[in-house]
Design a protein around this ligand. Structure first.
Ligand SMILES: Cc1cc2nc3c(=O)[nH]c(=O)nc-3n(C[C@H](O)[C@H](O)[C@H](O)COP(=O)(O)OP(=O)(O)OC[C@H]3O[C@@H](n4cnc5c(N)ncnc54)[C@H](O)[C@@H]3O)c2cc1C
Length: 356
């Protein structure tokens, strides 16, 4: 938390903090212990997500892709050789993993992606552009989805593409609304050649399923981050309300201000309960597609409302960059957009409810 202002000003996480995160093992918290990670349960992982959400999103983003979308594809569907090579490197933070699914013309409809991978002897040749890829400027390896077969999800294959592969280049770093200290950019593949054994799991056509499994777990993690952010915003709002005097008393004593605080606490608490319950069910091996989507939908929308109220409680001070609630207000907007928009979560929940 003391480094938040520095992250905002410099648009970067201080290297000393990244090193400390490495030493704590945070790059591998969800990677199994046998591959050098901490092997946390989902319940433990969301407890950490609550803590990470309590401060600038940039800190969590440094380790987010290694633990989530950048490594889970290898964990769930990788070959033993892929696990042995990449997971210890990702767990230690020696290598940064990134996940490249989205394209200029394929966002929510990721199954329509156009990037091609064509077999040429013992190699695949990849062509296409991936968009808004988190940590791409830092990445050593991309879990990258490309089309090896016909149209639709069944033609998609997941590749492990090292960032120094010939034919791979990066676009300019995107200028974003918030989440300073995190970076996204395009990943451009121009006759990019990778060995045939770069396919995750070694089988063509399984990539979309791999991507969906990875996003399922990631959604729960993001829900936890949203809850942590909402709790921080509540604490900031309460702290401010107790010290700001208007009409002769702290604004915390005005009941309409208390109503805003009460609504925010209630929603943050509901989010926490959803996330913990879903994580417990995940650890028991239950199918949690609907619950993870519901958690992501509720918590990402909830933290937007909580951030808005926190600015309101702060009055004009909340609109100023000197106030921590200002960057949270911008930062949390992303959670409704990535790893499936709110509308996509609604579609998943509705489909799960009505299937069969
Ligand atoms: C900062 C940032 C980081 C990101 N990091 C990554 C990353 O690391 N890797 C990666 O692969 N991607 C990443 N993304 C991409 C992100 O996952 C997509 O932006 C997201 O999935 C939405 O796709 P889109 O932007 O193309 O929007 P679109 O799909 O074009 O959606 C536009 C609007 O239409 C709505 N919509 C679309 N289809 C439907 C429908 N069927 N029914 C109802 N409404 C619909 C959407 O909900 C949305 O409101 C990142 C994005 C951002 C902004």
């Amino acid at each position: 938390m003391p480094a938040e202002a520095e992250v905002e000003a410099s648009n970067a996480v201080p290297p000393a903090i990244i090193q400390e995160m490495r030493e704590l093992g945070l790059f591998g918290l969800s990677i199994p212990e046998e591959y050098g990670g901490l092997g946390l349960t989902m319940e433990e992982e969301v407890a950490l997500a609550f803590e990470l959400g309590y401060t600038s999103a940039a800190f969590r983003s440094v380790i987010g892709t290694n633990n989530g979308i950048g490594s889970q594809g290898i964990i769930v569907d990788g070959t033993e050789a892929q696990k042995e090579y990449w997971l210890p490197r990702l767990a230690s933070g020696e290598a940064i993993g990134s996940f490249a699914l989205t394209e200029p013309d394929a966002g929510s409809d990721a199954g329509a992606l156009k990037t091609t991978a064509v077999r040429d002897g013992d190699r695949y040749v990849l062509n296409g552009t991936k968009r808004y890829i988190t940590n791409a400027p830092l990445a050593d390896v991309f879990t990258l989805m490309a089309r090896t077969g016909g149209p639709g999800p069944g033609g998609i294959t997941a590749f492990l593409v090292p960032s120094d592969s010939p034919g791979l280049s990066l676009g300019a770093v995107d200028g974003k609304m918030g989440q300073r200290g995190t970076r996204t950019c395009d990943v451009i593949l121009d006759d990019c050649r990778v060995p045939a054994d770069a396919i995750i799991g070694g089988v063509e056509g399984r990539g979309f399923k791999t991507a969906m499994k990875v996003l399922n777990r990631g959604r729960l993690n993001i829900s936890g981050v949203c809850v942590g952010a909402a709790e921080r915003l509540c604490d900031e709002a309460v702290g401010f309300a107790k010290t700001r005097i208007q009409f002769g008393k702290p604004i915390a004593e005005h009941q309409l201000v208390q109503a805003m605080l009460a609504d925010s606490f209630t929603e943050a608490f509901a989010g926490r309960c959803m996330v913990v319950e879903t994580a417990k069910r995940y650890d028991c091996g239950e199918r949690i597609i609907k619950e993870a989507a519901a958690s992501k939908l509720y918590c990402s929308e909830m933290v937007g409302r909580v951030a808005d109220r926190a600015v309101q409680v702060h009055g004009g001070a909340g609109y100023m960059q000197a106030s921590p609630v200002e960057h949270f207000y911008r930062d949390v907007r992303l959670f409704r957009l990535y790893e499936g928009t709110s509308q996509i979560q609604q579609i998943i929940i509705g489909r799960e409810m009505t299937a069969g």
